[in-house]
Structures are given as C-alpha cells and as structure tokens.
Design a protein around this ligand. Structure first.
Ligand SMILES: [Zn+2]
Length: 398
C-alpha cells in the first residue's frame, strides 16, 4: 500500500466538543485490488492467526455492503454495512435467537484494542473475524456478541448473524451478548479502538451517528435512547473520552431525526443543544477516585454489610476489595469498579432522617444535608431515580 494512500486514510481526532481537531481527511481512494485481502491480511492468513475456522481466502471478501431487503427493496437512509457473508463469518455454533420485539435502546462500546490506522475494507474483515473468533472460542458464545462493529475508518460490519436483516425489517431484532441484563432489549455497537484518553476519529464518530440515526428510525427510538456500556455495567467501556461525547452524539442524532425541543423523554428545554442531552447517569468510580460520590458509595457499601470499607471519601485498596466482595455476593465478575452494574444494587431506597449508613450516603451527596437538588426539595424517600440524579449532579470525582 502506497504511503500516499495511507496518508489519505489518516484518522482525525475529535475535540471535547465533538468537532474535528484537524480538517476532515480526504475521502479514501478505493483500495488497490478492492475486494481482495490486503498484503497484511495474506500474511495473517498464512500465519493462521485470528481467523478461527473461517476459511476466508483472498478474494472472498465480497466488498459490497448490503442495503436491501430480501425482496430486493432498498431501505432509505441505510448506511453501508458489510454483512456476515461479505466478511467471511463462521456460522453460529447454534441458531441466533430472534426476539419478536423492537429494542428499547442502543448501547455504545469500544473494543479496547489498539488504535489502529488499518482502516480499509479488508482490515474491517480482519477485525470482524478476530472479534468473532474471540467471542466464540474464548468467551464460548454462539456468535459475535454485538450487532454491529465500526472500524476506525468509519466502515460498518454486521456482528451477530441476522442483525442486519432484522434491522432492515424493523420489527424484531436478534438477542445479543454485549451487555449483561440488556441483551434482550438493546442493540450493541462496538467501536474499534480504546477511548480512555483520546477521542474517536471523526469518520468513526460520524458513521456511528449515522448508524444510530438509522437504527432509531427503523425501531422508533429517540436520541435519548443512546447509552454507553458503563450505564449498565461496572466497566470503563466505552472509555472516558467516548463516554463524555455521548451528549454530543445524542444531540447530533436528535438533529438528524428532526427531534423538536421538548420532544425527548422526560425533558423540556432545547433538545438541540448537547447540554439538553446530558442524562443523569451512574458515575463510574475506580481506585484513586476521591470525593462525595466515593464517600456515598462507601456508606452504601457499609449499609450493604461490607463493613471493612472505610468512610473517608478516598477510593483506596480497602474500598476496591470491599467492592469486589460486594460484586461476588451478587454473582458478578469482581473487578473493584462501581458502575451501572453495582450502583442499582447499592442505591436502595432510603427514608431521609432514618439514620444509619444509607442516610449518611444521602448526606454526603447533599452538601451536608441541604435537602435541595435541581431547584426542588428532596422527596422524603430516595429511590433509584433520585440516587442517580444526586450522584450525577455531585462533584465529578477527581
Ligand atoms: Zn462494552
């Protein structure tokens, strides 16, 4: 591959406002020998790496994204998506499960793999096959876990078989394996890369936005139905930087969907500003975090019986150990982080003034007991909704 071609695929990062930090790169030229495996792909094939049982040979990549229903009808507005057949997916180990319903949300992930600049169509095939192999061979799943995969060049591959077919039909979807407790209600999108410290490339973000718009239209979802993995599980996914862009993503999706001010769920005001798309969310707490949310978590852990945890507002080793004990108690993978998996279990209803650890947790989040929050008095009983609001509006951990 020539240096100039590689240069034209340079990936441009987004800044914190979701704007390109450099001018948009030129659209890529069609790769030389479009439809064949790249030289690197051939080497990978020869080495037998990451390809599992899928006998994909050079030239087998169909390289034609699918955008029509089985009866040949085009579906308006569909972004180009490379289906399982085009990238040489292995067959699922048992039939994928069709859910006779529409999903209620979209969950955004990052793959937590290197921020590769190998972004051609053949590279997409390599990525899709390596994820499928990992999910089937290492995780023991029946197929790729997520419904769609977007590479850093902004190309989309179908993940789990039949995800595309059901999306085009728009009245059912395929059960995924990408987020515990949400696999029967959500579409999962994996974005290639690791976005803990850098933003996703513009092309990838734009493709994600367009794919989300299409999914929302097909299934009747709104921009506020977009979430990150950490909203539902104790994980850093999709990375701090990508997660911070979700209000921007919702705002852009909302604009493209033609959402009008005030039309979103549970919200008034200007829907078109990204601030209007900031939704209350469980904060992700990890070792070395400090502050009122950490202190509240410590009180809630103590209230749940994990009394080895100190109540000092510092997420140290003892707190992480306590979190792991709590996670094991609840049959969860113990990783010592508190996110959308542990919070709903910790944040049980509490009556203000009842005393004890849980009351102390409320106290920690309300500036020493000032019982006000967004302009109103706290209700006498704090339920999950209020917990999430309080934790969201408390100081960001430092
Ligand atoms: Zn994830």
């Amino acid at each position: 591959m020539s240096e100039s071609y590689r240069a034209s695929l340079r990936v441009t990062e987004l800044d914190e406002y979701g704007l390109p930090v450099e001018p948009e790169p030129l659209p890529p030229e069609p790769p030389p020998g479009f439809g064949r495996m790249s030289r690197r792909g051939l080497i990978t094939l020869a080495g037998g790496l990451a390809l599992g049982g899928s006998a994909v040979l050079p030239g087998m990549f169909a390289a034609q994204p699918v955008n029509r229903l089985a009866d040949g009808q085009q579906v308006a507005g569909q972004p180009a998506i490379y289906d399982c057949e085009s990238w040489g997916a292995r067959k699922p180990s048992s039939p994928v499960k069709e859910l006779d319903d529409k999903p209620s949300k979209i969950i955004v992930h990052h793959t937590a793999t290197t921020n590769s600049n190998d972004v051609t169509v053949p590279d997409l095939g390599i990525l899709a096959r390596s994820i499928q192999t990992f999910h089937m061979k290492t995780n023991g799943w029946i197929d790729t876990g997520q419904h769609f995969t977007i590479n850093r060049g902004g190309l989309i591959a179908e993940g789990r078989h039949r995800s595309l077919e059901t999306l085009l039909e728009g009245d059912k979807f395929i059960e995924g394996a990408h987020c515990v407790n949400q696999n029967e209600s959500s579409i999962g999108i994996e974005n290639q890369g690791t976005y803990t410290q850098i933003n996703p490339p513009v092309g990838q973000f734009t493709t994600l936005r367009n794919l989300c718009v299409f999914i929302c239209k097909q299934y009747g979802l709104t921009a506020s139905d977009l979430y990150g993995h950490r909203d539902f599980w104790d994980t850093a996914c999709p990375g701090d930087k990508f997660y911070a862009l979700l209000p921007t993503l919702r705002s852009q999706v909302g604009q493209l969907l033609g959402e009008k001010p005030g039309s979103g769920k549970d919200r008034g005001g200007d829907q078109l500003a990204s601030t209007a798309y900031h939704q209350p969310s469980w904060p992700l707490l990890r070792i070395a975090d400090k502050g009122s949310t950490v202190l509240a978590a410590q009180h809630l852990l103590r209230g749940a019986g994990v009394t080895s945890v100190p109540a000092d507002g510092e997420f140290g080793r003892a707190t992480a150990d306590g979190v792991m004990a709590f996670q094991r108690q609840h049959g969860m993978a113990a990783n010592g982080m508190i996110g959308g998996g542990s919070w709903p279990l910790l944040a049980v209803p509490v009556r203000i003034g009842q005393g004890g650890e849980r009351d102390a947790a409320v106290h920690a989040l309300t500036s020493g007991g000032k019982r006000t929050w967004p302009g109103a008095r706290l209700p006498s009983t704090i339920t999950a909704t209020e917990w999430k609001q309080l934790l969201s509006s408390a100081a960001t951990p430092t």
